[in-house]
Design a binder for this molecule. Structure first.
Ligand SMILES: *[C@@H]1O[C@H](CO)[C@@H](O)[C@H](O)[C@H]1NC(C)=O
Length: 207
């Protein structure tokens, strides 16, 4: 009896040790542990490495976008900016980008791939005015969309991935780009009194 108990403890400790080894703190930047760099054989099926890498790049893109939008949101929340509509709009955009990131992570796990989180560069923290932020957001969303289309092409042999991208990203990106384009146009149309145009858009963004 004692021997059984003792050997059980030894086995348990060994397993825990192995687990600690695999799940151990990583060193360096974005370099996964041994396990983190491997697919999960139990669920992984025809999930090409190049597609997994593409999805990890898109994950990075969504996290960076979320970070940038967060920076914008709290710039317009400053007492000397006081544009609650812009604050609200960019905060919602940050949450949306973050949800996109989580959707990608969830998808990678569903397919038995691996997640690689990368270093996030600190975003611009001074946004001058609403127009500057909207123009930046428009450029960023266009880049994100272009990259999504590239991933879609790379994954063309994997209908499950292309469906996921179409369903979750490609449609909504087009709408966001149009929306941001309209805000930029509106702000630019107030050539004589920019502040008035910004004020009116802020009211609209807040409602
Ligand atoms: C993450 O995305 C940003 C924005 O697209 C890009 O500038 C950066 O190089 C990417 N980082 C890595 C490690 O790929």
């Amino acid at each position: 009896m004692k021997t059984v108990l003792l050997s059980s403890i030894v086995i348990a400790c060994t397993l825990l040790g192995a687990r600690a080894f695999f799940y151990g703190e990583e060193e360096g930047n974005g370099v996964g542990t041994q396990k983190g760099q491997q697919e999960v054989p139990l669920v992984s099926q025809n999930f090409a490495t190049k597609v997994i890498n593409e999805l990890n790049d898109r994950l990075n893109g969504s996290l960076v976008a979320s970070y940038v939008y967060l920076s914008m949101a709290y710039w317009f929340d400053r007492a000397d900016m006081a544009l609650p509509g812009f604050h609200k709009y960019f905060l919602a955009a940050s949450h949306k980008a973050r949800n996109e990131a989580e959707a990608i992570m969830k998808y990678i796990n569903r397919r038995g791939g691996y997640i690689r989180l990368k270093n996030l560069k600190s975003p611009i923290t001074v946004w001058r005015d609403g127009l500057k932020a909207m123009e930046y957001a428009l450029g960023m969303e266009k880049d994100l969309n272009k990259n999504m289309l590239k991933t879609h092409t790379v994954a063309s042999n994997d209908p499950h991935v292309t469906h996921f991208l179409e369903d979750r990203f490609l449609e909504t990106k087009v709408d966001v780009i149009k929306e941001l384009g309209e805000y930029v146009t509106r702000l630019k149309s107030f050539t004589k009194d920019y502040s008035l145009g910004e004020y009116i858009l802020d009211k609209d963004l807040h409602d």
